[in-house]
Ligand binder design. Sequence first.
Ligand code: G3P
Ligand code: MG
Length: 264
Amino acid sequence: TADPTDCAAPEIVAHRGSGGTSPENTVASFRDARTSRATVVETDVQLSADGVPFLFHDGTGSRTTDVAEVFPERAGDPITSFTWAELRQLDAGSYFSPRYEGERIPHLNEAARPFAGSDVTVNIELKSPENSPGVEAVLAQELATNRTWQRLIAQDQVVVSSFDEASLTTFHELAPDIPVLQVGTIPEDEETLERWAGFADGVVTNYRTLDPADIERVRAHGLSFSVYTLNSPEAVQAAADLCVDQVISDFPTQMTRLLRGHDP
Ligand code: G3P
Ligand code: MG
């Protein structure tokens, strides 16, 4: 078992920007993540109906946008069935607080600028890629051509993750120099872990289904171990005591404060 005095404090990964303290996956949230002292920020990418990569978590706009007011008869439709011009009409801030009225769904590239000149790594999750056919090639292309992404990549500050192994390996073949993380349940068998180790740098798994014994099993394959989504100080402290590499949280400012001084 892990000895917490033997390991560094886990990295804090700001989830969906800083989704607990500002509207998730918006520029406001990325700025919030930047000031949180988290060393990684996570966001989710999908593809609009006309092929534009945008940052959004859910399958529909109903929870986090005013789609029911702007497009009443399409409110429950897949978010990927909207064009980029339509997505830009939505308010993605008011659901969180009237203070954020007018906050828009960002283009993929809007997640780069807030972290230019910082040490922060951006973890781009290919979210529900089955709804975004071709998203892997679009992401690879944007990362290869946008100068702000290029600068971050040159400093090892971009990683790509997904629950979808096929999507992740497709992306990895297109952009072999960008590290990828496999999200999901830790497999029971060593063969699957070994296959993951063939393309991925690490695994990201749900803290609620965590078996502490899996941490060393995963590491034996050379993979890092990250857990999501930990929003109580007790849970973050417990994960730190297990010596996980990364803790993903909606409250990165609170969690970086908590862990400061944890290092032996
Ligand atoms: O990075 C892991 C985490 O973001 C996966 O869950 O649903 O918040 O994208 P979800
Ligand atoms: Mg995510």
